[in-house]
Ligand binder design. Structure first.
Ligand code: NAD
Length: 476
């Protein structure tokens, strides 16, 4: 079993800590125990990181594509090698089952390796011009990036934010969540050990609002990349707008799952029941609002509840656990409030609905049905261990409900009807749509939302392009 490591900042390639800095406790969500003390960056630390980032960008932007690709490939290999250790650290600080943690970490390695393969293909173009003239479109790195990553995927979010930036030739200062610092540091360490210069990727921690104001207040930073809640995303967008910095925003969602009467119900149930409680539901693309066509409602509901009741909840480090604790005390507080509110509005509680035990942040996987549209949980992202099953008369009503909210991240549909599949692709307002499939993630496909779920992408070629700007060159 890995021990929880000492925590530090990473500035200019140096591990920085020290008694003079403010510290914050990191807790184990399964037990409430203190795992370690995290140093906060001082204003001087942040200024040093900014100056290093400017130097790092000046150097890295000219690094040949082959060098950048080699670092990404080697970092992928190191992440794979260290995945077992990083997974245990991740579970200690975040809670998810250790097998799930390992899957997250390996996905990050696959993404870095994909970026390495994709990079040489990203070229500008030369246009037709008369003899003696030239017209070229070139892509250039945008500049130093400030990246703020959340606690739900502590390792993958780093691979996404740092991977895209450094592939493009940018430097990056990343502030992972203060609640899950060790897995983030271990992931960045793989990049540094793979040969990434220390000025190109630095890690800071602190009071989020203070760090983001400091970094975004500097003209050195040319792009902001944020994953987190829509409320914070709107706030950071305004700060970035003061200096017209570019932004990528990966924000909240409230994933509709349309289950039609011609669906393969067994396949839908097997994939969606497990998916709804992955990472205790703390996933931006979680399937949360199940919109089920009336003729198959009872069968789907019974199969869903049976599967959810069989889920094994416990400390993510123990064998056979499928659902760990929620990652912080805010999780069960929020779900408890939303479930009570739904029941008060007339929803049926089919399973769960209670906290578990008297230590850590455990909450039973919970299923609600027939939830009225004015309940809070029908309008706000639950981000926890709860699924909503509601019945619908047919396609038009289901699409209207799917599109009712201002969110538009992931949507899911289960139907064998090819004509209907095409109509859904055209009508559903979401950045990602899975049809007869349980996942919207693949390293070579862009990941991102529309409406209040944000803009811009990570993963896919778009994840690199998000950190590039276009230059038109006219030669007379
Ligand atoms: P939150 O909005 O306070 O924090 C979300 C993340 O943003 C955290 O990592 C936090 O450190 C960071 N953050 C907060 N304020 C910031 C600031 N001013 N500058 C920079 N970073 C800042 O909420 P929370 O309680 O941690 O999570 C609650 C909600 O956040 C969830 O219900 C969900 O909607 C959303 N969330 C979404 C994702 C996602 O993957 N899209 C991930 C985590 C949280």
């Amino acid at each position: 079993m890995s021990t929880y490591p000492a925590l530090h900042l990473l500035i200019g390639g140096n591990q920085v800590s020290g008694e003079s800095r403010k510290t914050e406790e990191v807790l184990n969500p399964a037990t409430g125990d203190v795992l370690g003390k995290l140093p906060h960056a001082s204003a001087d630390d942040l200024d040093a990181a900014l100056a290093n980032s400017a130097k790092g960008f000046a150097m890295w932007r000219t690094a040949p594509v082959e060098q950048r690709a080699a670092v990404l490939t080697k970092a992928g290999a190191l992440i794979r090698e260290r995945a077992g250790t990083i997974a245990e650290i991740l579970t200690l600080e975040q809670g998810k089952p250790v097998g799930e943690a390992k899957g997250e970490i390996i996905y990050g390695a696959m993404l870095l390796e994909f970026y390495a393969r994709e990079l040489p293909g990203i070229e500008g173009r030369t246009l037709d011009r008369p003899e003696g003239k030239r017209a070229e479109v070139r892509y250039e790195p945008v500049g130093p990036v400030a990246a703020f990553a959340p606690w739900n995927f502590p390792s993958l979010n780093i691979a996404r934010k740092v991977g895209g930036a450094i592939a493009a030739g940018c430097s990056v200062i990343v502030k992972p969540s203060e609640e899950t610092p060790a897995a983030a540091l271990a992931t960045v360490q793989c990049l540094l050990d793979a040969g990434l210069p220390g000025d190109v990727c630095q890690v800071v921690f602190g009071v989020p609002d203070e760090v983001s104001r400091h970094l975004l207040g500097s003209p050195i930073i040319r792009k902001l990349s944020f994953t987190g809640s829509t409320a914070v995303g709107k706030h950071l967008s305004k700060l970035a707008a003061e200096d017209l910095k570019r932004t990528t925003m990966e924000l909240g969602g409230h994933g509709p799952v349309m289950v039609f009467d011609d669906a393969n119900l067994d396949k839908a149930l097997d994939q969606m029941a497990a998916n709804a409680f992955r990472n205790a539901g703390q996933v931006c693309v979680s399937p949360t609002r199940f919109l089920i066509e009336e003729p198959v409602f009872d069968q789907f509901r019974d199969g869903f509840v049976e599967r959810v009741k069989a889920l094994k909840v416990g400390n993510g480090l123990e064998d056979g656990i499928q659902v760990g604790p929620m990652a912080n005390s805010r999780g069960p507080d929020q779900i408890e409030r939303m479930v009570k509110d739904a029941v008060a509005h007339g929803a049926k509680l089919l399973s769960g609905g209670e906290r578990i035990g008297n230590q850590g942040y455990f909450y039973e996987p919970t299923v609600l049905s027939d939830v009225p549209v004015d309940a809070e949980i029908m309008n706000e992202e639950p981000f926890g261990s709860v699924a909503i099953l509601n019945r619908f008369a047919g396609e038009a009503e289901m699409v209207a409900e799917a599109n009712r909210l201002p969110y538009g991240l992931a949507a899911y549909a289960w139907t064998e009807d090819a004509g209907r599949q095409e109509r859904l692709i055209a009508q559903v307002e979401s950045g990602m749509l899975a049809i007869n499939a349980g996942s919207v993630s693949a390293v070579d496909m862009p990941f991102g939302g529309v409406k209040w779920s944000g803009h811009g992408h990570e993963d896919g070629r778009e994840g690199i392009m998000a950190c590039m700007v276009t230059k038109s060159v006219h030669v007379g």
